[in-house]
Design a protein around this ligand. Structure first.
Ligand SMILES: Nc1ncnc2c1ncn2[C@@H]1O[C@H](COP(=O)(O)OP(=O)(O)OP(=O)(O)O)[C@@H](O)[C@H]1O
Ligand SMILES: [Mg+2]
Length: 1045
């Protein structure tokens, strides 16, 4: 839509075919207006006019590529991508080989345009590893060729100094397979000379600026450009151009294309040789014969060159300073003058470089050529130097302009041919159009017999004196009447005074304007000869690449046939190119340079007008409009304008053509304005089309309002419905949500109630059945547990089993105090029982006796503690052993309890006499120690009691029963050393015999019964010590005092 409407913007039509009125001024004005709007592209039908903006515009982005991909050519804004896309699709989908012809003068943007086309095709063709590699190689050929073939000129900082035609080859799917590059006429004169302000080929500056010190050393070069005669000695760097970076980019590109490191090195070596040749200085000398000769004045540079190329310096020196001439089987060596020497040197440099350039193209072709022999489709891109009109035009301009003339011819022929063919195809009557046919000019140049090139060749090959003057004379003779040829002579003959035509010049009326050529140098440049000695010297070098550039130097292949002239070569390559282009579907990009100062967005109408003229744009439009200015397929036309008729709007069910007829019938255009072809509608004048477009715009505005109205209504309705639906949905959800919440709340409350009720019930039951005995149960359990713990702890912690050890762990809890005490007692008793159980009978008896003694005397009689140290031996007399006591032993027999010696107190005097005392189980026997005869035998049952004192004496009173047999004798008073034992044993035996306890009195005062009556005995403690025990003193008749100590 956008494209079409801007296309029909009457002030700046996008397609100049629609220009009305069609004049040079309106055309330039339109271009200017569009240029102002930064629309640098404009169409003439399917020809794209590109005006160089000299600034980068944001119209080559990947998004733009997408926008133009598969676009409809006329439906989008004019763009170089549109033509590239159209060509690519036509190639891929309709199997038509394409060529894109890019023309325009130097600096108009041809090379940039060709790169844009290539990058677009690369971007839209399919992707894949192999395909990408091919694309990359094709794209990378540009930096390499630009380094070697481009130079700064006054017109363009990156001017292509060669013509380039590149065939990109695709397979049936439209995937790039490879390509072939052809190059045309490198401007090799630039090697040795260039105008002030220009530069030599970029590569030299790039090499010096970008090569590493090692590389420079290897190439024997110095970084300083000023050192080299062939380079501009004033200033070499270019603003906005980074030579070093470009050098690295070029090296990378070569690597991507597939150059081997050796090839790169050799290439740079040869480049260095060219540069160094310019520094080979010659000086004049005179031979003996007086002939002028030249010699190398400074051999250093020559030696370095020879080292680089592996050649003996003498050979090169000879080849530079002399020349071998063959005359009738004789070879003569002639010396050269200094100018001749320099001429030869420069010719050598130019030749090496131009051949190196050819080799480079061939080498790139070897990499990018299609390896498989699949069927291919081809898209050719031609970036060739534009028409050149300089102040001084020479052979190169002549050749270049000839090429442009041919391109113009092909353009006219093909455009017309196509136009004509279209009318025939569409069944419309063809009205012949007036246009300028330039074949007459082409013929003037290229005719095989009378053409300027043919005559130049003839002049070059002619023996005898040959120079440009003879050539010009010949031209003047032959072309005297030619409409497009002029020279001073022909003008004079026509009696026209033309001051602008100097001598030694001829002028050709090219289709693009008149150009005056100076014939100087025509012959030499056409011959393009290199002295054979030089080519032989080059062939003799060991440097493989350099050697291969000069095959004619091989002495084996010496041929006297002259090589084809430059003009001839160019003519045939142009012819081949034309043939190639004729076989393809042409697409044109015509580049225009808007100003001479390379300034951004500056448009100089005069300059553009000149280009519009020589590019023949006006004629282009005329040819295109021959008959009808506008044509379109019925389908798209009906689609675009159907709203103009109620019958065709909004839908037309029948055929497109019928629809178009109905549509246009309703619009009442004059009949001659329209023609109906088989597939397209043709409209004669742009005015009709504009009218159509105006009506369409009005109608579209109406329709847009209608659509907007409908749309707004529809949008509001749908929005309302949507809102309503949403509202219902929301309220349904909300209600649901609310109910759910309410339900949840209720459920929660019910659960709480239930829980309370159940809890209450359970508690009740619990209280009833369980809680009443729970505390006891728990307490029991706890007690049990504590008791268990206590008992287990006790078991682990029992005190030693010794009976004397009374220790016992304390009770851990108070409630266990009683138990603990009980257990302590039990344990103690048990310990004692155990101890007792293991005692022998005698020991037991002894202990029993001791126990008894303790019960009787402990804390009652002072003697008791002393008795503890004395064992109870019982038998102190040795009855068995002593035969003296045999009788006594017999009395005692087995019933003896104790045998001891005692003293008996005389009851009358109180003195003591020794006696033997035997205690048996039945009797107590007192015996006289001397006779060892029992004196008194007391039955135990006769004993009434015993009395002892409280003190530590051995005194005792043995009270007898009055009724007993010995009772009459009265009580006995005895003193024993073993009183405690004696009384104890007596007590025990008494108890055992009588079954009664023996009454024992421990007292200080008691009464005894003596035969003469009762005597009270008083015990007195005497402080005096006496070893003889107590002393009894009779005090009166019935008193006795016992002194104890
Ligand atoms: N489309 C473009 N956008 C921005 N700048 C451009 C465009 N086309 C060309 N230029 C600028 O113009 C300069 C010259 O363009 P280019 O080298 O393509 O000219 P040319 O027609 O090939 O000239 P020559 O015949 O000398 O080789 C470029 O270096 C670039 O700066
Ligand atoms: Mg260029």
């Amino acid at each position: 839509m956008e494209g079409s409407s801007s296309m029909l913007d009457a002030e700046a039509v996008a397609d100049l075919v629609l220009l009305d009125p069609l004049t040079e001024e309106s055309l330039v004005q339109t271009l200017q207006e569009r240029f102002r709007r930064r629309d640098i592209y404009t169409y003439i039908g399917n020809v794209v006019i590109s005006v160089n903006p000299y600034q980068s515009l944001p119209i080559y982005t990947p998004e733009k590529v997408e926008e133009y991909r598969n676009c409809s050519f006329f439906a989008v804004k004019p763009h170089i991508y549109a033509i590239a896309d159209d060509a690519y699709r036509s190639l891929r989908d309709r199997d038509r080989d394409q060529c894109i012809l890019i023309t325009g003068e130097s600096g108009a943007g041809k090379t940039e345009a060709s790169k844009l086309v290539m990058s677009y095709v690369a971007a839209v063709s399919s992707k894949g590893e192999e395909v990408n590699k091919v694309k990359e190689q094709l794209l990378q050929s540009n930096p390499v060729l630009e380094a070697f073939g481009n130079a700064k000129t006054v017109r363009n900082d990156n001017s292509s100094r060669f013509g380039k035609y590149m065939d990109i080859e695709f397979d049936f799917k439209g995937e790039p397979l490879g390509g072939v590059i052809s190059n045309y006429l490198l401007e090799k004169s630039r090697i040795v000379r260039h105008v002030k302000g220009e530069r030599n080929f970029h590569i030299f500056y790039q090499l010096l600026a970008g090569a590493s010190p090692q590389l420079l050393q290897q190439l024997k070069l110095r970084q300083d450009c000023g050192h080299y005669g062939y380079l501009d000695r004033e200033g070499s760097s270019l603003p906005g151009m980074d030579d070093a970076a470009n050098f690295h980019a070029m090296q990378d590109a070569m690597r991507i294309i597939g150059f081997s490191p050796t090839e790169v090195t050799e290439l740079l070596q040869v480049t260095a040789v060219v540069l160094k040749l310019g520094n080979v200085q010659l000086s004049s000398s005179f031979q003996a014969s007086g002939m002028e000769a030249c010699s190398i004045s400074e051999p250093q540079e020559l030696h370095e060159i020879c080292e680089l190329i592996g050649l003996e310096p003498g050979t090169l020196e000879r080849a530079l300073c002399s020349r071998t001439v063959k005359a009738r089987d004789e070879t003569v060596l002639t010396t050269l003058t200094v100018p001749q020497g320099y001429y030869g040197r420069d010719a050598l440099a130019k030749n090496i470089y131009s051949r190196l350039f050819d080799w480079l193209v061939k080498r790139i072709n070897a990499s990018i050529q299609v390896k498989s022999d699949k069927q291919r489709k081809v898209m050719g891109v031609l970036d060739i130097y534009g028409f050149e009109i300089f102040q001084d035009n020479g052979f190169e301009q002549f050749i270049i302009n000839y090429c442009n003339e041919k391109l113009q011819q092909i353009f006219i022929l093909m455009t017309l041919k196509e136009e004509q063919e279209e009318y025939v195809r569409e069944g419309i009557q063809w009205t012949p159009v007036e246009f300028f046919d330039n074949s007459i000019i082409c013929n003037l140049i290229e005719n095989n017999t009378t053409g300027i090139l043919a005559m130049l060749d003839e002049e070059c090959l002619r023996p005898g004196v040959v120079n440009e003057d003879t050539f010009l004379t010949k031209l003047n003779q032959l072309l005297a009447t030619h409409k497009h040829y002029e020279s001073k002579e022909t003008q004079n003959a026509r009696r026209v005074t033309d001051a602008s035509l100097p001598p030694r010049c001829f002028r050709i009326h090219h289709y693009a304007g008149k150009v005056t050529y100076n014939v100087t140098g025509f012959i030499e440049k056409n011959n393009d000869l290199l002295f054979r000695d030089l080519s032989q010297a080059m062939w003799a070098a060991q440097h493989a690449l350099l050697r291969s550039l000069f095959p004619e130097g091989d002495p084996q292949k010496v041929s006297l046939k002259l090589p084809p002239t430059a003009g001839f070569q160019f003519k045939s390559s142009v012819a081949m190119l034309m043939k190639n282009l004729y076989s393809k579907n042409p697409n044109y990009i015509r580049c225009i340079k808007p100003n001479d100062t390379k300034s951004a967005m500056v448009f100089t109408p005069e300059l553009v007008l000149a280009q519009v003229r020589y590019l023949g744009l006006l004629e282009n439009v005329r040819v295109r409009r021959a008959g009808y200015a506008f044509r379109q397929l019925y389908g798209p036309f009906l689609q675009r304008y159907k709203m103009l008729n109620a019958q065709t709007w909004p839908r037309w069910d029948r055929g497109d053509r019928e629809g178009t007829e109905v549509l246009l019938a309703g619009l009442e255009f004059p009949a001659e304005e329209l023609a109906f072809g088989h597939t397209k509608i043709f409209i004669r004048s742009p005015r009709t089309l504009f009218d159509l477009e105006r009506r369409r715009q009005e109608r579209v505005a109406e329709l847009a309002t209608l659509i907007q109205k409908m749309f707004r209504g529809w949008r509001c309705r749908t929005q309302y419905q949507l809102m309503r639906k949403s509202q219902i949905l929301i309220s349904a959800w909300f209600r649901g949500h609310r109910q759910k919440n309410q339900y949840k709340q209720m459920k929660r409350s019910v659960l709480i109630l239930q829980a309370y009720a159940r809890g209450w019930k359970a508690r009740k039951t619990y209280r009833k059945y369980f809680r009443s005995s729970a505390s006891t149960c728990l307490a029991n359990f706890i007690y049990r547990r504590l008791v268990q713990k206590y008992l287990v702890g006790l078991a682990k912690n029992l005190p030693p089993l010794s009976v004397t050890d009374r220790t016992w762990p304390p009770a851990p809890y108070r409630f266990l105090d009683g138990t603990n005490q009980e257990l302590k007692n039990i344990f103690y008793h048990w310990k004692c029982k155990k101890y007792r159980d293991q005692l022998s009978a005698s020991r037991r008896a002894q202990l029993q006796a001791r126990l008894c003694a303790s019960e009787l005397f402990k804390d009652k009689k002072t003697l008791y503690p002393k008795s503890l140290q004395q064992p109870f031996r019982g038998e102190y007399l040795g009855l068995k052993q002593n035969p003296k006591y045999q009788k006594l032993h017999a009395v005692a027999k087995d019933k003896l309890v104790m045998a001891d010696s005692v003293r008996k107190v005389n009851r009358a005097s109180g003195k003591t006499v020794p006696r033997l005392l035997l205690l048996t189980t039945e009797h107590l026997v007192l015996a006289d120690p001397k006779a060892a005869q029992p004196k008194t035998v007391l039955s135990l049952s006769d004993i009434r009691g015993v009395s002892v004192t409280r003190f530590s004496d051995g005194f005792l009173a043995l009270h007898l029963k009055e009724v007993s047999t010995v009772g009459a004798k009265g009580d006995f008073l005895l003193v024993s050393d073993h009183l405690i034992e004696l009384v104890t044993r007596l007590y025990q035996t008494f108890e055992a015999t009588t079954g009664q306890a023996l009454p024992l009195h421990i007292t200080d005062r008691f009464s005894t019964r003596f035969p003469k009556g009762d005597v009270s005995i008083t015990v007195v403690e005497s402080p005096k010590a006496s070893t003889n025990g107590p002393v009894c003193k009779k005090k009166g008749s019935n008193k006795m005092e016992v002194l104890v100590y």
